[in-house]
Design a protein around this ligand. Structure first.
Ligand code: ASP
Length: 435
């Protein structure tokens, strides 16, 4: 018999989680089994998935640091890094805006909130949001992002898993390792300190990739747990009132993931989107079931380097940054959700107001962390910008887990397409020279 590959195992375990969870959720709704039992089972699934996610999260910081430092020292100089950064940011902005426009076109066309039953929606407000502080002033959020990029203490940033400051410090560390290496090339009496550090981080990176491979082998168990949690704990009941809204978000995500992004891959990177998706399938499936693009990052890096063969000097920069600030799926979802809520409240948002929604949705997606439900928490920014009550987030929570899973997969897919597109236009590696 043909040996099953990892992504087959992941798919099978997803199907198994759903096959056990959905009937149980239905049976609990009908009163055939006690709701408490099903809730407990969903909790067990969540714990099992949580173990896997923690293992992945354990790798994120050392992997990002070693990967970025190695990538930058392989890049050569600051100018090259700047060019790579500029192209990456441009791609991120453009795809996120395309995603938002897709979502907005659909929500205006389908109008899922017009005539929706507000009482029925409010009866579903049972779930609570994770405790993440969210500000509602857009400028303040942007400014915070910029200031907090500079860590007062890099070790604290690392210990708290603050991605942007870690990225900023690692980039600088890489640049100055190169500077030191080339400032003292002829020191016969001692080893070149820059070289020592470059080799150290390259070795650390290799070891972290090996560890990732080991954790990845456990993916089917984690994915099974999360699917059981989602299927048994959430089921279909919530779709009664929110079905059309969920469908609008899902359709938007589908169009963005299967039409817009593949077109960019085909035209700009001249690569087969299908092959790329196949190579990335373990990461995409894991993103779907964990709903955390941050947690999936080690797997995304593993797949893109070993299976999609994107050079590390590009992926080491594009992916960690993408997992932090590039969230097409989240941006689309924020825009659709806010316009849906406006429709429910009977508020007619004109073109100007909708443009505000688009821009704030973009900013909110940049500010959202790559963890479950982060996008939902950030939505208060967009709601506040057009004068909607921020508590209205509660109306859409009942279907949020499944939508979170879908948008996280799109977020990771978008980072992946960025890596192959940017690779094509990335400056060639050159003799390392100082800036
Ligand atoms: N869960 C998403 C992610 O990790 C963020 C969101 O809530 O939209 O990418």
């Amino acid at each position: 018999m043909k040996k099953l590959k990892l992504h087959h195992w992941i798919l099978l375990s997803m199907a198994l989680g759903a096959a056990i969870g959905l009937p149980l959720n239905w049976a609990a709704g009908q009163g055939h089994v006690s709701e408490g039992t099903v809730r407990d089972l969903a909790k067990v699934g969540n714990e099992l998935g949580g173990l896997f996610l923690r293992l992945l999260q354990m790798l994120v910081v050392p992997l990002i640091v070693s990967s970025l430092v190695t990538g930058v020292t392989g890049m050569g100089n600051l100018k090259r890094l700047g060019r790579l950064g500029g192209r990456t940011l441009l791609y991120y902005m453009v795809t996120s805006l395309l995603a938002i426009l897709t979502g907005m076109a659909l929500v205006n066309l389908i109008q899922p909130g017009v005539g929706a039953d507000l009482d029925l929606l409010q009866s579903g407000v049972a779930e609570s949001l994770p405790k993440v502080a969210a500000k509602s002033d857009v400028l303040e959020i942007l400014w915070d992002q910029i200031v907090n990029m500079i860590p007062k203490n890099p070790l604290r940033a690392a210990s708290e898993g603050d991605m942007l400051p870690i990225i900023f410090f690692s980039l600088l560390l890489g640049v100055f390792i190169s500077v030191v290496e080339h400032a003292s090339p002829h020191a016969p009496d001692k080893r070149n300190p820059g070289l020592v550090l470059r080799e150290f981080f390259a070795s650390l990176f290799d070891v972290m990739m090996r560890m990732t491979l080991w954790v990845v082998a456990l993916a089917p168990f984690g994915v099974f747990g999360f699917m059981l949690f989602a299927a048994a704990g959430h089921g279909f009941a919530a779709f009664e009132a929110l079905g059309l809204y969920a469908l609008t978000v899902a359709l938007g995500l589908l169009i963005h993931a299967t039409v817009t992004l593949p077109l960019l891959v085909k035209v700009l990177a001249r690569r087969s989107p299908l092959e790329l998706a196949k190579a990335m399938s373990p990461a995409l499936l894991t993103a779907f079931s964990t709903a955390s693009s941050n947690g999936t990052l080690p797997l995304t890096m593993q797949c893109i380097e070993q299976r999609a063969h994107v050079p590390q000097r590009v992926s080491s920069f594009v992916l960690p940054l993408g997992a932090t600030i590039n969230m097409d799926g989240t941006a689309l979802y924020e825009a659709v959700a806010v316009l849906f809520i406006a429709q429910v409240y009977g508020m007619d948002l004109g073109l100007g107001q909708q443009a505000i929604v688009a821009i704030t949705a973009l900013i909110a997606s940049v500010g959202a962390a790559g963890i479950p439900h982060a996008g939902t928490v950030m939505m208060v920014v967009v709601l506040a910008a057009v004068g909607l009550p921020t508590t209205a987030v509660g109306l859409i929570l009942a279907v949020d887990r499944i939508l979170d899973m879908c948008r996280t997969a799109v977020n990771v897919w978008s980072d992946t397409t960025a890596a192959v597109v940017v690779e094509r236009y990335a400056p060639e590696p050159a003799e390392p020279v100082t800036s």
